[in-house]
Design a protein around this ligand. Structure first.
Ligand code: 7TS
Length: 406
């Protein structure tokens, strides 16, 4: 599929913003949705909508097939062993919170340690702060190297026999760094800890194999990979999930309810209380079909070219600081001397270019970088080199504008 064909599937891209052609460079926040996904949602609501797992009427059975079919697509997509290990959630945040509450609170005590890194998203920090506060466990941070990679030497000192949980992002939403999560996981396992991976920024952009990673939990969001908002996934190893208690209680997740006690359904449903996110799961299934048709390797290659080109073009401007290691996945984070990133993003918006400015939900990382905010352009399968040119031209314009003003 060539880039023009890919773009033709994303109706939202074909519009003007502030009188200029839209250039959407904020896919790390949320991706746009292809027609295939929009139509799958419409088709579901037109033809199939019904509640699931109630089993008597035809529509209900069709909705159940669509929902459970989507679970099987997810299983294959990340190469999990069984659909029992695929729990539908609201997104990465909910998935990590589920592990923190259900596994963390139940298994940690004073003297235990939780290890994360300085580059984590707030979603992979705050749940662990809460577990630490409530259990008396200690939260420890792996520092970064000069270029913004995980410091593996330090990691091996920080992860000890006291460590019970290690939770690290596969790809950074700010630095684009791809972290050696498999290696960290091996080390964590040697010390007797479990390995949690925040896959929010990896799953949309590259092939993921949870069995090869040998992680215990893996969390991701549908909305960053062409699916609707409100649907995400928690993968967990069956043995662990079986031992864990549900976080939410109510309909759908029970086997039998008596007056004062109840029993739970088997996996994965014991973690899916209430009417599930049926249409969202169907949309996620359609997004997976779409991404697989194009090919995750193709997508990764395309984005790599765009990021490399973006770095090269942006570096030619004076006063530009680019953050993160040389090998980046999907994002280009930077600052321009004397220009606040919010001002830069506002000027770019006037040019039709959407980028993100701020702390990117990674305030400890901002502290480590010694900045209060940065600008970030993020790329996906539908972006083009011409769009990178328009973006860099916009940055140049902003630089000139602010140097005239001040
Ligand atoms: N983890 C990482 C690495 C992320 O990038 C994000 C969202 C999350 C977790 C949370 O995902 P959610 O779907 O549960 O919200 N990151 C961003 C971002 O970079 N800009 O906006 C949201």
């Amino acid at each position: 599929m060539n880039i023009q064909e890919i773009r033709s599937y994303f109706p939202i891209l074909d519009q003007q913003v502030n009188g200029k052609q839209l250039v959407y460079l904020d896919s790390a926040a949320t991706s746009q949705k292809p027609r295939q996904v929009i139509e799958a949602l419409e088709d579901y609501y037109r033809t199939t909508n019904s509640n699931v797992h109630r089993g008597v009427h035809t529509l209900g059975n069709n909705a159940t097939d669509a929902y459970e079919g989507a679970r099987e697509k997810v299983r294959k997509f990340i190469n999990a062993k069984s659909t029992e290990e695929i729990i539908f959630t609201r997104g990465t945040t909910t998935s990590i919170n589920t592990v923190a509450v259900s596994y963390g609170l139940a298994n940690l005590k004073e003297g235990d340690e939780i290890v994360i890194s300085y580059m984590e998203h707030h979603s992979n920090i705050i749940p662990w702060q809460q577990v630490a506060k409530k259990t008396g466990a200690l939260l420890k941070y792996i520092p970064l190297t000069e270029d913004g990679s995980i410091d593996m030497e330090a990691a091996k000192k920080i992860i000890t026999k006291n460590t019970k949980i290690v939770s690290i992002m596969y790809v950074s939403n700010v630095l684009g760094a791809m972290n050696p999560v498999k290696e960290i996981g091996e080390y964590a396992h040697q010390q007797g800890a479990i390995m949690v991976i925040d896959g929010a920024q990896s799953t949309p952009h590259m092939k993921v194999d949870v069995r090869d990673l040998n992680c215990d939990f893996y969390a991701f969001s549908g909305h960053k990979m062409c699916a609707p908002t409100g649907i995400g996934v928690l993968y967990g190893k069956k043995g662990l999930l079986e031992e864990m208690e549900p976080v939410e209680f109510g309909g759908e997740m029970i086997d039998f309810v008596d007056l004062y006690d109840s029993t739970w359904k088997e996996l994965p449903w014991k973690f899916e209380a209430g009417t599930p996110i049926i249409a969202g799961a169907v949309g996620l299934g359609a997004a997976i079909d779409f991404l697989e048709e194009i090919g995750l390797d193709e997508i990764a290659k395309h984005e790599h070219e765009l990021v490399e080109y973006g770095v090269e073009q942006l570096s030619s401007l004076e006063g530009v600081s680019i953050y993160g290691p040389k090998q980046r996945v999907g994002v280009l984070t930077f600052n321009i001397a004397e220009v606040h990133p919010h001002d830069l993003a506002t000027v770019l918006d006037m040019e039709g270019v959407a980028i993100r400015a701020g702390h990117h939900c990674a305030q400890p990382l901002m502290k480590w970088l010694q900045v209060s905010a940065t600008a970030r352009a993020s790329f996906y399968l539908y972006n083009t080199k011409e769009e990178v040119d328009i973006f860099v031209q916009g940055v140049r314009k902003a630089k000139e504008y602010f140097s005239d003003v001040f």
